[in-house]
Design a protein around this ligand. Structure first.
Ligand SMILES: Cc1cc2nc3c(=O)[nH]c(=O)nc-3n(C[C@H](O)[C@H](O)[C@H](O)COP(=O)(O)OP(=O)(O)OC[C@H]3O[C@@H](n4cnc5c(N)ncnc54)[C@H](O)[C@@H]3O)c2cc1C
Length: 409
């Protein structure tokens, strides 16, 4: 069987891969997408109350990229919720910090959106743009020959391209096939995601309580049938997490209400729990001959700041900017040259490494039980809250906005 040909093959049509395919096709590249899931397949994280339990936090910079790529908001935005404030507080003290959109002169800090409607909207956009997607087939092999790389699928077919974009998630097969090492830090924690209905409204605010056992987040979703709904992400030591995951709905709802200090009244209903081990990982390099990594294939971080997807979409933005020149000239056969991808790796690996270290430091800081450290972190939260300039800088960075210019970075 002869291999199909393209300039660029994107492996993985999650949100990051689909955006990469759209962005590179817009530059005039012939792009093909390979995805192991079949179209219409139920999301593995689907809840029983009709929502995908995997919720993504999109910063204004990520939303701007989706708009630029022509992903119709009407297809995904209604499932999500804009949030205009974010509040974090320490369970072991009185320190708390509240950020509001008003402080930085914008109407929202970002949107929380269930994964499935956004991924589905992206698949529709890929089809509208006429980008070839081979679905229901997994990549199992890869071989570089000169300036071209051949990717093998489990149905025996092959696709050949100048560049393979690995967007196949945290367990990336392409990364392994390219021989790229991964540094992994087991956080000793497990996260569970679910959806909860609350007695009191969430106030369009993303709430996060730092408990010594790990952070608990209530992220706003649109009310439905008069019920106030939040997406829950609860990180705990593995042993405790497994015990709590095993509780029945009533027991889990009670534990959740207590862990949130009853701040939203009773927890009226909960969906099934999707648990996953919390590992932070970072690829040693983002490039190999004929291959480049983006999104979770390159970096997986603790969900406590909700930045996983935003970092992946920043990778896409920078990769597109770096490939603009070769795609506009005669450089298509050079697309897989690692030298060409040097700047992409330098910019993105550096920024992602800072975010990974920050998550690690935050997790350790809030897990510390030493009274001195507890006092310091409560004072620190208060100090940041009072220091308007520091707060604004932190906020703009979390939103993916340049801290001085006010435009998407
Ligand atoms: C179970 C789970 C729950 C999560 N919950 C949250 C949450 O609540 N909040 C949050 O902010 N983040 C959450 N995350 C993290 C967040 O989903 C990721 O940061 C983000 O989705 C990364 O996007 P991606 O496109 O890089 O990878 P993914 O979304 O993992 O997409 C990878 C794609 O590649 C495909 N693929 C994989 N292997 C192959 C192969 N060999 N051949 C072809 N295709 C392949 C997969 O089918 C998938 O479509 C969660 C992650 C998981 C796994």
């Amino acid at each position: 069987m002869r291999a199909r040909r393209a300039d660029i093959v994107v492996v993985g049509a999650g949100v990051v891969g689909a955006c990469a395919a759209l962005a590179l096709a817009r530059l005039g590249a012939e792009v093909m997408v390979l995805e192991r899931r079949a179209p219409g397949a139920k999301a593995p994280t689907a809840g029983v109350l009709g929502e995908d339990l995997r919720t993504l936090a999109l910063s204004p910079a990520s939303i701007a990229l989706l708009e630029e790529l022509g992903v119709d908001e009407a297809d995904w935005a209604a499932a999500g919720c804009a949030y205009s404030a974010m509040e974090v507080w320490d369970a072991e003290g009185t320190g708390s910090l509240r950020f509001t959109a008003q402080e930085v002169g914008v109407s929202e800090l970002g949107r929380l959106v269930p994964h499935h409607p956004l991924a589905f909207a992206l698949w529709q956009t890929l089809a509208l743009e006429g980008i070839t997607c081979i679905t229901g087939a997994s990549v199992t092999g890869m071989e570089a020959r000169g300036s071209r790389t051949t990717v093998r699928l489990d149905d025996g077919s092959e696709v050949e391209a100048a560049l393979v974009v690995a967007a196949d998630g945290g367990e990336s097969r392409v990364r392994d096939l390219a021989g790229i090492e991964l540094s992994v830090e087991d956080t000793g924690q497990r996260a569970m995601a679910t959806l909860a209905e609350l007695e009191r409204p969430h106030g369009d605010t993303a709430w996060q309580r730092f408990l010594p056992t790990g952070p608990l987040a209530f992220l706003p979703l649109p009310d439905r049938h008069g019920r106030h709904r939040v997406s829950v992400v609860w990180s705990l030591d593995t042993e405790r997490a497994i015990a709590i995951e095993a509780l029945d709905d009533a027991g889990f709802a009670a534990a959740l209400g207590t862990a949130m200090e009853g701040r939203f009244g009773a927890v009226l209903a909960v969906d099934r729990r999707v648990g996953f081990p919390l590992r932070q990982s970072h690829a040693e390099t983002y490039r190999a001959p004929g291959v480049v990594l983006v999104g979770d294939a390159a970096h997986v971080l603790h969900p406590l700041a909700g930045q996983g997807m935003n970092l992946g979409l920043q990778d896409v933005r920078v990769l597109r900017d770096e490939l603009r020149r070769p795609l506009s000239g005669l450089g298509r056969n050079l697309l897989g040259d690692p030298d060409l991808l040097y700047h992409y790796e330098r910019i993105r690996r550096g920024e992602n490494a800072i975010m990974l270290r920050t998550m690690d430091a935050l997790k350790r800081l809030f897990a510390a039980e030493d009274p001195g450290v507890r006092w310091l972190r409560n004072e620190g939260l208060r100090w940041v809250g009072d220091a308007g300039v520091v707060k604004r800088i932190l906020l703009r960075q979390a939103m993916g906005l340049d801290s001085t210019a006010g435009e998407p970075a």
